[in-house]
Design a protein around this ligand. Structure first.
Ligand code: COA
Length: 156
């Protein structure tokens, strides 16, 4: 079985990434332009997971020390349950740590048990709830991972 590789997202990846986006998010999916806008901003850091030349997942964060926020994370339906989401999340945590952030925050639909499980396994805790955040009756959980390990990247 081939290994799945993580690498920084690049402009030409957006078409493939957007195809996954529309397949996993039924509502509020990002447009191609939103991905372009995200990649254009130096505070944003995006990664893709590649399996045999095909992008199977992606994630990104907004880094503004001392805080970082998870912007998005998704895995193509055919590739879930293999640890890709966990690996992408670990990449975001390392990115935030390397950038000197003390905590990583995110918001997640309260009914997204799979994502909440992923975040809890990584050590995130629920710190508050935003009622009707996504739609009437659809709340958001705000989750936080802290403290982040202090990581110094000798390559940079
Ligand atoms: C949430 C999401 C990113 C998880 O991605 P994933 O690649 O399936 O995540 P993982 O494989 O790391 O973990 C998922 C499950 O697989 C299991 N798993 C991980 N590696 C495994 C392996 N090698 N063998 C068997 N099972 C494994 C995990 O234990 C976990 O089980 P659980 O969900 O029953 O607790 C993905 O389902 C997704 O894209 N959902 C739609 C988009 C979304 O909701 N994004 C989050 C918005 S806040």
């Amino acid at each position: 079985m081939s290994a799945i590789h993580l690498r920084a997202m690049q402009w030409p990846d957006i078409t493939e990434v957007h195809a996954i986006e529309t397949s996993v998010f039924a509502v509020d999916d990002w447009s191609v332009e939103q991905f372009w806008s995200e990649l254009a901003q130096p505070t944003r850091h995006y990664v893709v997971a590649v399996d045999d030349g095909v992008i199977v997942g992606y994630a990104g964060c907004f880094v503004l020390p001392p805080d970082a926020d998870v912007q998005t994370i998704a895995v193509s339906p055919a590739s879930t349950g293999r640890g890709v989401g966990t690996a992408l999340l670990q990449w975001l945590v390392a990115c935030a740590s390397r950038s000197g952030c003390a905590q990583l925050l995110l918001e997640v639909r309260a009914d997204n048990a799979k994502a909440i499980g992923l975040y809890e396994r990584a050590g995130f805790e629920r710190i508050s709830i935003r009622r009707d955040y996504y739609a009437p009756g659809v709340d958001a959980h705000i989750m936080r991972l802290r403290p982040l390990a202090r990581v110094v990247d000798d390559e940079q």
